[in-house]
Design a protein around this ligand. Structure first.
Ligand code: GDP
Ligand code: GDP
Length: 436
């Protein structure tokens, strides 16, 4: 599980500035694909040796009890509940505000570990600035400047101190049981799909270990093959006497995607593609997971409605063009065998072994077709390629002046490798290595 750091504080203290600094993309993979909309409140943190998930809770107005601000406060409280560490930000230039005390009280009640960060302290006498914040009773205030990056590294290291370094990925040659996460926004039919796959209404599990953000793992056997289903819909009590007890948790969804080999993104054909669908899709892409898209509730749609949703998909999910789309009905158990054929295919592609000679030959052919464009008077020279990882497959290209390789050319190469090795269903990363 990725440790989750949640940024909390009143508006304007600098949360999103810190968030941006922590999540600055190291990989242009998802930089500007048409149709991609990212949720700028959740990101993969970088810097240091430990990856983490960072959540910007936006403006927390704990005293407002209606409307959109109340909804935001609810989301913030949910995020705090699911945090491994909370970074509580205050504004060192404005000094202690009454709202800070209210938030501090809430945080104390949550019993989550909290670090108190006094922001905007660049050029100030740190000890003096932070002194007044001792009164919040959340331990020693740490002075930082999100805008200038001062103290940020220490803050993150402290936040993650209790978490182990990630273990090096064990070699997976694709022979292990695939982990398949079923993800999507609420009410698209995830639970119905899980139940359809299991062939029965699932027995409700009592006393599931862990917190609300933990997904449930289920063994599934289909046609003699085993899968571990990661069910983000969670423990759900159905029927008259039961009601939905689980809230939609973005953190849970992201954690499940991180853990999975393949994600099944479930979308509701009767509702169309929403921003939240696109956000979940963007996480899958960012995490590099193999993907199959299930357009659910296909039953009962008229011809013109089907045309409409297909146009929606073309328009809003173009950036998923590497994945297979299936039109299914979880309720009527339609389209499930085909869906799993694509899951198998996507897993295989994600785990594909690509040899250096083969990769290099494909690279050479690609260069003959199209040379890398000249950049600043110099043409990048690409010499050979080797595989740098799986799930997603990473192709590392060695050469000279590789900094000058344009994004469009990188995308061209991605397409060439994808086609040559039939990598349908998985993101593919092409990276460059200078001078080796
Ligand atoms: P949020 O509402 O908590 O997400 O706050 P923002 O990140 O949007 O920042 C609010 C304002 O504070 C912006 O004008 C930022 O440029 C400014 N700001 C953020 N961090 C710093 C900092 O470290 N020093 C200074 N001087 N200003 C900062
Ligand atoms: P979840 O929140 O994503 O787990 O969604 P549920 O599985 O609880 O489904 C939400 C609603 O959509 C329920 O009323 C389901 O009966 C309904 N539903 C799920 N799959 C289908 C489907 O394939 N067709 C139709 N018509 N309804 C469906």
């Amino acid at each position: 599980m990725l440790p989750t750091i949640v940024l909390v504080g009143r508006p304007n203290v600098g949360k999103s500035t810190l968030f941006n600094r922590l999540t600055k993309s190291r990989d242009a993979l998802v930089a500007d694909l048409p149709g991609l909309t990212r949720d700028r409140h959740y990101g993969r943190g970088i810097g240091g040796d430990k990856p983490f998930l960072v959540v910007d809770t936006g403006g927390f107005e704990p005293l407002v009890d209606s409307g959109i601000l109340k909804e935001m406060a609810k989301q913030t409280l949910l995020a705090i509940d699911e945090a491994d560490v909370v970074i509580f930000m205050v504004d060192g230039r404005n000094g202690l505000a009454p709202q800070d005390k209210v938030i501090a009280d809430r945080l104390r009640k949550s019993q989550r570990p909290v670090l108190l960060a006094v922001n905007k302290t660049e050029g100030m006498q740190r000890a003096i600035v932070s002194a007044e914040f001792h009164e919040l009773g959340l331990g020693d205030p740490l002075s930082i400047s999100s805008a200038h990056g001062e103290g940020v590294r220490d803050l993150v290291e402290l936040a993650l101190a209790d978490f182990p370094e990630p273990e090096p990925e064990e070699e997976n040659d694709g022979s292990r049981t695939p982990k398949v996460a079923i993800v999507g926004r609420p009410n698209v039919g995830k639970s119905t799909l899980v139940n359809a796959l299991l062939g029965q209404e699932r027995v409700i599990a009592f006393d599931q270990p862990g917190t609300t953000r933990d997904s449930i793992h289920i063994d599934l056997e289909r046609n003699g093959k085993h899968y571990t289903i990661i069910d983000t819909a969670g423990v759900r009590k159905r029927g008259k006497v039961f009601e939905a007890i689980e809230k939609f948790s973005v953190i849970k969804t992201i954690q499940a995607i991180e853990e999975a080999n393949v994600a099944i993104l479930v979308v509701d054909a009767q509702e169309g593609i929403t921003e939240q669908d696109a956000h979940v899709a963007a996480y899958i892409l960012e995490a590099g997971r193999a993907l199959v898209v299930a357009i659910n509730k296909w039953d009962g749609l008229k011809e013109d409605e089907r045309d409409w949703i297909k146009r929606e998909i073309d328009r809003k999910l173009q950036f998923l063009d590497f994945a297979k789309f299936h039109y299914i009905s979880a309720l009527r158990k339609k389209g499930l065998p085909e869906l799993f054929t694509s899951v198998d295919g996507a897993y295989k592609a994600a785990m594909a072994k690509l040899s250096t000679p083969q990769l290099t030959r494909v690279l050479e052919d690609a260069i003959i077709q199209h040379q890398p464009p000249i950049s600043k008077g110099i043409r990048p020279k690409l010499r050979y390629a080797h595989q740098g990882g799986s799930n997603p497959p990473i192709v590392v290209i060695h050469g000279n002046h590789v900094d000058g390789v344009k994004d469009s050319y990188k995308r061209y190469l991605e397409g060439v490798f994808r086609k040559a090795f039939q990598l349908t269903g998985t993101p593919l990363r092409v990276q460059f290595n200078q001078g080796a």
